[in-house]
Design a protein around this ligand. Structure first.
Ligand SMILES: [Fe+2]
Ligand SMILES: [Fe+2]
Length: 276
């Protein structure tokens, strides 16, 4: 089913821009920008992980490197999260004090539709394109190496479940919840939804984020942190690399929705008189 999903031209263009962002380049830049000196922000260990990333998206890479999950577990303080992993919180805080201009997430409380659109244009476009292609690669690696690496069959099973869950989840966001958020913002009145309430629809997405996070965590554990075995071929290594990129992208994706878009949409829903 996934292989026949949307392949429209705009999605390819969005995918290209998104990959450029993942590679650390500014996809809209036509020339190298001169370095601009900026004050380095002091990071407090009492800060929430989700707030740290929202203030400066570059910090997502730092937290990933330390193995600190900031999307579903983003409501923990840096101190709490670092200590739980046996890390020196002050050391991590210094690493998060990045020089130059910060790269805050472009969102204001009055721009929820814009944020939802950006998420679809970047993260969803990437997933619609990558999930089926990676599914073919994983299946190929399994058929070639499962005899010597039986854990590959578990990787395939978890990956297939992730693909199936994301298919339903992304579709629900694009067709039902994100349009409802845009309507809520545009009309400033509570949105009526068929067969459910706005609050329940948002809660359902949040529950699904937890399941997606758990599946990605399983992939990380089964692959030993996306490590290619010594006898792994180039396809094996490519699979691990692409699974790792998928994890990194899903963390940022779920952070934008679970820590920013959905809580702010709920806040607006209640502010304009919406009920539970
Ligand atoms: Fe999404
Ligand atoms: Fe989502």
């Amino acid at each position: 089913m996934f292989l026949i999903r949307v392949k429209a031209h705009w999605r390819h263009r969005a995918y290209g821009r998104h990959i450029a962002r993942l590679a650390g380049r500014d996809p809209t830049a036509s020339q190298i920008r001169p370095h601009r000196k900026g004050a380095t922000m002091t990071v407090l260990t009492s800060s929430l992980l989700s707030d740290l990333v929202t203030e400066d998206l570059r910090r997502a890479s730092v937290l990933e490197a330390y193995g600190l999950e900031y999307c579903c577990g983003g409501q923990r303080s840096l101190f709490e999260a670092a200590t739980a992993r046996g890390l020196d919180a002050q050391l991590v805080a210094r690493a998060l004090e990045l020089p130059g201009e910060s790269a805050p997430l472009r969102v204001t409380s009055a721009d929820l539709a814009g944020l939802a659109h950006d998420i679809v244009d970047t993260h969803h476009a990437y997933l619609w394109e990558e999930l089926p292609r990676l599914q073919v690669l994983v299946a190929t690696v399994v058929s070639a190496h499962a005899e010597r690496h039986p854990e590959l069959k578990r990787i395939l099973a978890v990956y297939d479940r992730l693909v199936a869950d994301l298919d339903v989840h992304l579709t629900r966001e694009e067709r039902i919840v994100f349009p409802a958020i845009a309507q809520l913002e545009r009309t400033q009145t509570p949105v009526r939804m068929r067969g459910t309430s706005f609050v329940d629809a948002v809660q359902r997405l949040t529950d699904e984020h937890d399941i997606i996070g758990d599946l990605v965590g399983q992939l990380r554990r089964i692959t030993g942190g996306y490590t290619t075995p010594d006898d792994g071929c180039s396809s094996y290594a490519a699979m691990m690399l692409r699974l790792h990129v998928l994890e990194t992208d899903l963390h940022l994706h779920v952070h934008k929705e679970g820590n920013i878009l959905l809580p702010r949409a709920l806040e607006l829903h209640y502010r304009v008189g919406g009920l539970r």
